[in-house]
Every structure is written in structure tokens, then in C-alpha cells.
Design a protein around this ligand. Structure first.
Ligand SMILES: Cc1cc2nc3c(=O)[nH]c(=O)nc-3n(C[C@H](O)[C@H](O)[C@H](O)COP(=O)(O)OP(=O)(O)OC[C@H]3O[C@@H](n4cnc5c(N)ncnc54)[C@H](O)[C@@H]3O)c2cc1C
Length: 428
């Protein structure tokens, strides 16, 4: 009988897992419900769609997410391949044209003879070895199935996405190009505000009308707070957060009180997203309030900011470091649902789940990503964190055993060496 791995969800994690297995000549049933069934955030039927920012975060290896991306490159990641062909200028960050990025992934997977794409919503688990990578917006029925299986309620929090505007609708006489402290290319458009302008913007923001939130419990994820929620913490909070003016003065005589940054969102530089402007304001209020920012008075929105429920499991209780569910041998979780946070982290976990799904298929003992790698560190963290306070985790050096600022170069070398040795040990 043909050996097959089922994967639920062709998002970032599911696409990585499918690609990895197909390259190992393992047959995959890849279930994806879009575009037949929509999620509140995805806009297309494409695989590997980026639902909010078009940034895959920093490129530099001395940044935790930069290191994780390099580890993924070594492991043959499809996200890294797609980023290479869709990169747009973004200073020190790796930002992509989201359409080219997801089209690349969709084409690669759709044309692979080892991948059988099944366009339907999964409500109960298929038989056999399965990777569940249905993401933070897992459909309601599958969420109920998982809750029943795991015997404890899933956790949930809110996450938000920022608006995208057309460049031609911006007043380029008021905006200027610059990256913070002139690092990398001057690829961001900046909107500077004086105190008067900032105060007017701030007042409008905290008094603006918000879209109703259906869920009873309002609980925000600290690192992705809606702008208006952040503003409620005090008038200076934004000036120390997304509107920080430091390193963004137009010239040496300029002293902006606050600066809004806009990041290029597509290859042709016709679209820009408002950095850190994730929001739950109603669409009309977004036009009115963000229109108070100098240069954005007549901005045309191709996507408004949104806010959604975000689902993940209590990883320290239900998940092994192999990403296999403790009580369900042969069922693996990957992506944001597993308790990692972020595009890159979600995709990276898909590779580990695939490695172990292959091993399960071949009756080999499961493997753990080496602790001295960023991938290993992240997975160790989510499976060992305190369940009472558990929240999804980004890649960062704070959770990496023995890492500090002084030993960063050694930490990077050790991590990349460990990934290569691991890969050699797995496949020779
Ligand atoms: C609104 C929002 C904004 C975010 N913004 C960012 C950001 O800017 N930067 C960042 O780094 N991270 C962000 N995240 C967090 C996270 O990194 C992304 O959600 C990321 O896409 C997670 O990858 P994933 O593979 O786990 O899930 P996804 O990429 O969402 O993939 C899951 C796939 O499963 C499919 N699916 C769901 N249920 C079923 C089912 N029952 N049957 C079949 N298919 C199903 C979905 O259609 C989807 O294609 C955001 C999350 C949300 C919700």
C-alpha cells in the first residue's frame, strides 16, 4: 500500500511540510478549504498567503528570526525559496511581494506529482499519519474536533492586521524616504508629525468607533496590540512604539515629534502598509483618523486593518518536542496552532513536523531539533513553558540556552553547525 501523510492546511506550516515530504518522495494528501470556505483574514485561495504584514522580519543572522530563516534555508525551506523570488526593498528586513510569494508556493505544490491537493474543509481527522497545520483561524468545526480530542479547551487570543494603501493616493510632497538610522536602503516612506498634529491624531484615535468584537472574552496578544488599544495606555505610548521618531528625522535640523512608517508591500512599489497600525477601528474611522496623518489625507485603502480570533493549543500540556500530540501517536501539530508565533516560526515548525511524520511512516524513532538551534530552542520552549501562563512564542535569543549579546557570533556558528549535523544524521 502507498505510504501517505495527510496535511491539513496549505498555509505557511502546511506548505513547508508538504514540500519537505514531497522532496523526500513521500506522497501527501494536502487538504485546504480555501477558497471554498473562507477565513476572516485570508484574501485568496493561494497557499502560503501572508495575512497581514509582508515582512518576514530581519535578515541579519544576529537577529533571532534572521538566524531561524538561515536554518530553514539549510533545511530546504519553500518559504525561503519564495522569498528569494519575491523580495522587495525593506532596509534590514526581508519583505516580499505577497502575491508573487504565495503564487510561487502554490505553483510549486500544485505541480508536484507527490502532492494530492484536496480542496475541502476537514471537520474530522483523516485516517493515518496526519499533520494538523490549520493555523490561528482553524475552522470552527475542526476546532471543536480538536477540543474534543485534547480534552481541554483550546486557548485563544486576538491578533490584528494593519491597513494597506496605494502609493499614488499619498501626498509624496509631505512624505520622505528613509530607513531608521539610515540602516539598509532608504525604502520606507515616512510621515512626520509635529506635536499639534500628533495630539489631534491621538485624540481622534482614542475616541474613534471600533468594529464590534463577537467573542465574549477580549484578550490581546501583547506583541500585536491594536493601535487604539496601545494608545489607551497613555499619549506617549505610541511615540515609544510604532510612531517612534528616533533615527527618522528628514535632515539634521528636523525634530519630528512622531513618525509613521509605510513599508513597500509589492514589487512594483504601488502599495504600502502602515507599519504597526494593526487596528479594529471601523473602516470609515480608519479613513478619517489615519487621514489626519500628514501625507495620508486622501489615502486609498486596498485593505483595511482587521482583528481576529487566534487559536492555539496549550502546547506544554498536549505536545511533545517532536510536535507529535502526547495522546495521539502519528498526529502532529505545526504552525501557529502548535504555539509558535509568527510567519517564519510557523513555517519552520512545519519542517520539523514533516521530518517526524516521515520517521513515523518508516517506523523510526522521532527526532527533536537540536537545542542549540533557534528552531530547537523554540520548540523546547513551547513544550516546556508554564501551562498556566502559556502564550505563543516568537524566535528570540532570550529563550536560547547560554546565548547572550557577547557570544552572538559563536551562538550563530554553533546553531548553523548543529542544523547541518542534524540533517546529515537524518539523511546521511
Ligand atoms: C489576522 C492575523 C494577522 C497576523 N499577522 C502576522 C504578521 O504580520 N506577521 C507574522 O509574522 N505573523 C502574523 N500572524 C500570525 C501567524 O504567523 C500567521 O497567522 C501565519 O499564517 C500562521 O501560519 P500557519 O501555517 O500556522 O497558518 P495559516 O497560514 O493560516 O494556514 C492555515 C491554513 O489552514 C486552512 N484551514 C483552516 N481550517 C481548515 C480546515 N478545517 N480544513 C482545511 N483547511 C483549513 C486555512 O485556510 C489556511 O490556509 C497573524 C495572524 C493573524 C490571524
Amino acid at each position: 500500500m502507498q505510504k501517505v501523510v495527510n496535511i491539513i492546511g496549505a498555509g505557511l506550516a502546511g506548505s513547508e511540510a508538504a514540500y519537505y515530504l514531497a522532496k523526500r518522495q513521500i506522497h501527501v494528501n494536502l487538504y485546504e478549504m480555501r477558497p471554498l470556505v473562507k477565513t476572516p483574514a485570508h484574501q485568496s485561495g493561494n497557499f502560503g498567503e501572508l495575512v497581514c504584514s509582508n515582512s518576514l522580519k530581519a535578515k541579519a543572522l544576529d537577529n533571532a528570526c534572521g538566524l531561524l530563516k538561515e536554518e530553514m534555508r539549510l533545511l530546504g525551506s519553500i518559504m525561503m525559496e519564495a522569498a528569494k523570488v519575491s523580495e522587495v526593498p525593506a532596509g534590514g528586513a526581508l519583505a516580499v511581494d505577497r502575491d508573487i510569494f504565495s503564487a510561487y508556493i502554490t505553483n510549486k505544490l500544485s505541480n508536484n506529482p507527490y502532492i494530492n491537493i484536496i480542496n475541502e474543509e476537514v471537520t474530522s481527522l483523516p485516517k493515518g499519519i496526519t499533520i494538523i497545520a490549520s493555523g490561528p483561524l482553524t475552522s470552527d468545526q475542526l476546532t471543536s474536533t480538536l477540543e474534543e480530542m485534547l480534552g481541554s479547551p483550546m486557548l485563544g487570543f486576538f491578533d490584528a492586521s494593519s491597513p494597506i494603501v496605494t502609493k499614488e493616493s499619498l501626498d509624496l510632497d509631505k512624505l520622505y524616504y528613509k530607513s531608521r538610522y539610515d540602516k539598509g536602503d532608504a525604502s520606507y516612506l515616512n510621515a512626520a508629525m509635529n506635536k499639534e498634529e500628533y495630539d489631534a491624531f491621538f485624540d481622534a484615535l482614542i475616541n474613534a468607533k471600533r468594529a464590534p468584537i463577537k467573542e465574549i472574552d477580549q484578550c490581546y496578544f501583547e506583541s500585536c496590540l491594536p493601535l487604539e488599544e496601545m494608545a489607551k495606555r497613555g499619549s506617549d505610548t505610541l511615540r515609544y512604539g510604532p510612531l517612534k521618531p528616533k533615527g527618522l528625522a528628514k535632515d539634521e535640523n528636523d525634530r519630528p515629534y512622531a513618525v509613521v512608517q509605510l513599508r513597500q508591500d509589492d514589487v512594483s512599489a504601488s502599495l504600502y502598509n502602515l507599519v504597526g497600525f494593526q487596528t479594529n477601528l471601523t473602516y470609515g474611522e480608519q479613513r478619517r483618523v489615519f487621514g489626519l496623518i500628514p501625507g495620508l489625507e486622501n489615502a486609498e485603502y486596498v485593505r483595511y486593518g482587521l482583528m481576529h480570533r487566534n487559536t492555539f493549543v496549550k502546547a506544554p500540556v498536549v505536545l511533545n518536542k517532536t510536535l507529535e500530540l502526547k495522546n495521539y501517536p502519528g498526529i502532529f501539530l505545526a504552525g501557529q496552532l502548535s504555539g509558535v508565533e509568527g510567519y517564519v516560526e510557523s513555517a519552520a515548525s512545519g519542517i520539523l513536523a514533516a521530518i517526524n511524520a516521515e520517521r513515523k511512516l518508516n517506523d523510526l524513532p522521532l527526532t527533536v531539533a537540536p537545542i542549540h538551534t533557534m528552531l530547537g530552542t523554540l520548540i523546547h520552549y513551547i513544550s516546556e513553558a508554564d501551562p498556566k501562563t502559556f502564550a505563543p512564542m516568537n524566535a528570540n535569543f532570550g529563550i536560547m540556552y547560554g546565548a547572550n549579546k557577547k557570544n552572538r557570533p559563536e551562538t550563530i556558528t554553533r546553531s548553523l553547525d548543529a542544523i547541518m549535523k542534524w540533517q546529515e544524521a537524518l539523511h546521511g
